[in-house]
Design a protein around this ligand. Structure first.
Ligand code: DAK
Length: 255
């Protein structure tokens, strides 16, 4: 099994387990990641942690050996497959956290970018080095990176192909935090900061914030009014406000 999905505590952990190739993504591996994302969404997990096997690499990108000698139409289908699979993380009913344990290059960096949050180990390195291969990113990097860190900084990384270490990634806003080993415990602790909140409110918040990057302020505000009204209509909102008045912790049921 090169893609493993385990349920641990209240979380699902997706691990790319191909350390002999630094967890590089073959097309079949990308398909398996999609299936694992769907399984995590259908489980009781309250967040999905995405990580790589070994201490050296989260994911070194698309499998370069497989990218060669393919007809153009097949290349386009490959890019669309990667984009579609990574986009499932945007729509997943639970938030996702990329636990970047080493290299996150090319498609590996793009997988991390598609997650809701990113944590970096001290030895993490991020980059979109496709330009050095005569290529450009094809799994969402040209779209998600500028939305996250701004156009100039994204263009610098994409056009130079240089890599950023964990400290720089934190300064750029590419990662939320740098975490120390044991890494999985650190990811669980991070996820526990939000995972007891109601899933519906978490989803509405993610959707509203995602709109900010893709629409006008006026339309975004309309979306926020709709989504915040929807949140108000949930049983969790009733419970949350009641618990405040009664000076107790709310018990959310995701309804
Ligand atoms: N693909 C395939 N194999 C890889 C790989 C990769 N991306 N990265 C590493 N490996 C393999 C190496 O070939 C080596 O295998 P053996 O030679 O032992 O069989 C093994 O992993 C260990 O790697 P190294 O010996 O190179 O390890 P080092 O520690 O010396 O170096 C490194 C680590 C990460 C600096 C180096 O391996 C490296 O530079 N790797 C390539 C990183 C990279 O360029 N990633 C971006 C790939 S391009 C699309 C359009 C674009 C894309 C996709 C689709 N369509 C239109 C369909 C772009 C995607 C990309 O991600």
């Amino acid at each position: 099994m090169t893609i493993e999905l385990d349920l641990r505590d209240e979380f699902a952990v997706l691990r790319i387990n191909r350390p002999e190739a630094l967890n590089a993504l073959s097309f079949s591996l990308i398909g398996d990641i999609g299936e694992a994302i769907d399984r995590a969404g259908a489980s009781d997990a309250r967040a999905l942690i995405v990580t790589g096997a070994g201490e050296k690499s989260f994911c070194a990108g698309a499998d370069i050996k497989e990218l060669m000698d393919r007809p153009l139409a097949e290349q386009k289908r490959g890019a669309e497959l990667g984009q579609a699979v990574f986009s499932r993380l945007d729509r997943l009913r639970i938030p996702s956290v990329a636990l970047v344990n080493g290299y996150a290059f090319g498609g590996g960096c793009e997988l991390a970018l598609a997650c809701t949050f990113r944590l970096a180990s001290p030895n993490a390195r991020f980059g979109l080095p496709e330009i050095k291969l005569g290529l450009i990113p094809g799994y969402g990097g040209t779209q998600r990176l500028p939305r996250l860190i701004g156009e100039a900084r994204a263009l610098e990384l994409i056009m130079t192909g240089r890599t950023a270490n964990a400290e720089e990634a934190l300064r750029l806003g590419l990662v939320n935090r740098i975490v120390e080993p044991p890494l999985l415990d650190a990811a669980f602790a991070f996820a526990r900061e939000f995972s007891s909140h109601g899933l519906l409110a978490l989803q509405f918040a993610r959707e509203a914030v995602q709109r900010a990057a893709s629409t006008t302020l006026a339309e975004g505000l309309r979306a926020e009014a709709d989504l915040s009204t929807l949140a108000y209509r949930t049983a969790d909102a009733e419970e949350g406000m009641k618990a405040f008045i009664e000076k107790r912790k709310p018990v959310f049921k995701d309804t």
